[in-house]
Write a new protein. Sequence first.
Lengths: 147, 147
Amino acid sequence: MNTLESAREKLVQAGLKATQQRMVILATVQASKAHPSAEHVHESVRVNNPSISLGTVYSTLDTFVEKGLIQMVLAKNGIKRYDGRLDNHNHIHCVNTNEILDFEDLELNELVMDFLRRKKIENLDIRKFSLHIQGEKVDVKKNIKIH
Amino acid sequence: MNTLESAREKLVQAGLKATQQRMVILATVQASKAHPSAEHVHESVRVNNPSISLGTVYSTLDTFVEKGLIQMVLAKNGIKRYDGRLDNHNHIHCVNTNEILDFEDLELNELVMDFLRRKKIENLDIRKFSLHIQGEKVDVKKNIKIH
DNA sequence: TACTTGTCAGGAATTATTCTTAACTAATAA
DNA sequence: TTATTAGTTAAGAATAATTCCTGACAAGTA
């Protein structure tokens, strides 16, 4: 199925007008596994849509996060990066390569949710949680693999 | 015991010259529970040491993080904040007030460490991990309490 | 049609952070 | 002591990510 069409549906569902810019930006973020920054998204969309401005990319990403269409992740240098995945998942931050990897694990989620249920936190409405694992790639050329 | 003197000791132990600026900045971060930003640290130290420049605060905090004397935490707006606590602990980020709270829990640490031991992650040297809990204060005027 | 609202490109403005430079300090060597 | 060196700092300029502003345009409505 066409990713642009799927983006259109999601936009409409979220109550947003499905403009060309929005469809392209949403499809780009959702297709990427690299947790791109706004700048990076701009570079990507520019290839086929050279008129989309950086400002539009910024404000559109903002809107998407607000509407819950994508998530924002912070790199350790403070730069905002975006994640098309919406499920509760965790991230591995690689100190030497600045990579951010998704790390999904149902068991871990259960573990933490169970913990948080027991540990009553008063006066706080928990929205989400995620485990941030910070580490260093042993071999920079190889990928990180989770078993 | 004098916090400045304790700061001096830590600086020397870390192999850094114990200058007035460094002592004051280290003592300030370690005394604060608010996870101050560089700007905020600058405001604090200025009160008694008006000549310390913002640039010095930035580079000194950098040095401290590098030497492991303090930790850096990112607020959800991407601003760098600093934490005098060195033990493995977690953070609660309050979306509506921008507060960052420490959240230490040995049981949780054990839980996660145990999990990570079982889950082999290949080609990654884990440096640290922390659980980020994002939520909204129910009553903004009251504190968050953990039981 | 006229009116309203929302969206966008382009560029200016802002802000956290880093960089540069020259002055200063402390430690060491002559 | 004086000279030398390396390290530290204040001040302000420069940078880079992000936000703001404005006028043009588009779509939807009466």
